[in-house]
Design a protein around this ligand. Structure first.
Ligand SMILES: Cc1cc2nc3c(=O)[nH]c(=O)nc-3n(C[C@H](O)[C@H](O)[C@H](O)COP(=O)(O)OP(=O)(O)OC[C@H]3O[C@@H](n4cnc5c(N)ncnc54)[C@H](O)[C@@H]3O)c2cc1C
Ligand code: FES
Length: 288
């Protein structure tokens, strides 16, 4: 069991859990993820390691409650409670090369997982430009953490209530106009955001790395559930990624595959909402 030692709610749907797991905190590298079960009967879900502290022996996850399992976690995971299982670190660590200048771009929930990269690039001596996007000022989180590791921070909000009014792609345009010598852009967020970040850098041929989030099952390269097309080749995100060259990824296919189980996901959520405590309710009925 993995004790939850801290929790912070960033909004109605987004929350942070800091989990005690000293071995994992020591082994984790930027870009890696864990697979978590919140309870013995629960689904295994992949979550990016948003921060890790070998000193505190903890791993930090930032979670958006979008369906049955993440909403159940939002309700159940309080300080002092524990996750039933947590496996990791999984996936290949991000390549933190000795770049001169990098832009680390996070949109919405993607702001959290891009933080370890920004910190690692800074520790490696790079000039780091952080570009973070939120719908509005009240949804901003980790501004201070980013300021501590970035040489410049561009905050973008959809409604203009903080920073510049616009999307992270507007932030990228600003950054590359000011710094034509940016060596690499790292973009993490919803697939559609990563797709447009890759398009924003394609014409200038700036290396662009994205972190993909297809549906995963085992996370060990055996089931094929997480396959993605990159440069016309099939890759397994869990073992070959999650980082890939954004200019080579078939984002349209990724987005199509993410909707494959929408009906089942909706039914599972409805069953759980009808009776969150009842395990029998969680099983599909014959009519479903
Ligand atoms: C490498 C990786 C890292 C991720 N990191 C984070 C993170 O840091 N924070 C976060 O909130 N979410 C993260 N996700 C997405 C998260 O795993 C899903 O939101 C979660 O599994 C949804 O489960 P649910 O039962 O709440 O919702 P559901 O209703 O089951 O699904 C909602 C949507 O989530 C996606 N999803 C569902 N099941 C899975 C699955 N087994 N694997 C991947 N995606 C799934 C699908 O797009 C689906 O339409 C990550 C996914 C991957 C692959
Ligand atoms: S999740 Fe099964 S192969 Fe990647």
């Amino acid at each position: 069991m993995y004790e939850i030692v801290a929790r912070e709610d960033f909004s109605d749907s987004t929350f942070l859990l800091e989990v005690k797991y000293p071995l994992l905190a020591k082994a984790a590298r930027p870009g890696q993820f864990v697979i978590v079960m919140s309870n013995a009967d629960g689904e295994r879900i992949p979550l990016t390691i948003a921060d890790f502290s070998p000193e505190r022996g903890t791993v930090t996850l930032v979670i958006q409650a979008v369906g049955k399992t993440t909403m159940e976690m939002q309700r159940r995971c309080i300080v002092g409670s524990a996750l039933y299982a947590m496996v990791g670190p999984m996936g290949k660590p991000s390549e933190i090369s000795k770049m001169g200048k990098v832009a680390c771009v996070g949109g919405g929930l993607g702001v959290a997982p891009v933080y370890p990269q920004a910190r690692a690039f800074k520790q490696n001596g790079a000039y780091v430009i952080g570009i973070v996007g939120f719908r509005s000022r009240d949804l901003i989180f980790w501004q201070r953490k980013f300021e501590d590791v970035c040489d410049e921070l561009i905050i973008c909000t959809d409604d203009g209530s903080a920073g510049i009014k616009g999307l992270v792609t507007d932030g990228i345009a600003m950054a590359v106009d000011k710094h034509p010598d940016i060596d690499e852009v790292i973009a993490i967020g919803p697939p559609v955001m990563m797709k447009f970040c890759a398009e924003a850098t394609r014409a200038r041929d700036i290396k662009t790395t994205v972190s993909l989030n297809p549906i995963m099952v085992d996370g060990t390269g055996m089931c094929g559930g997480c396959r993605v097309s990159v440069g016309g080749e099939m890759r397994f995100c869990c073992v070959d990624g999650p980082d890939f060259d954004g200019h080579q990824v078939d984002f349209d296919e990724l987005m199509r595959r993410l909707t494959r189980f929408r009906e089942d996901e909706r039914a599972a959520l409805e069953r759980w909402q009808r009776n969150p405590g009842c395990r029998l309710e969680q099983e599909p009925t014959a009519s479903e």
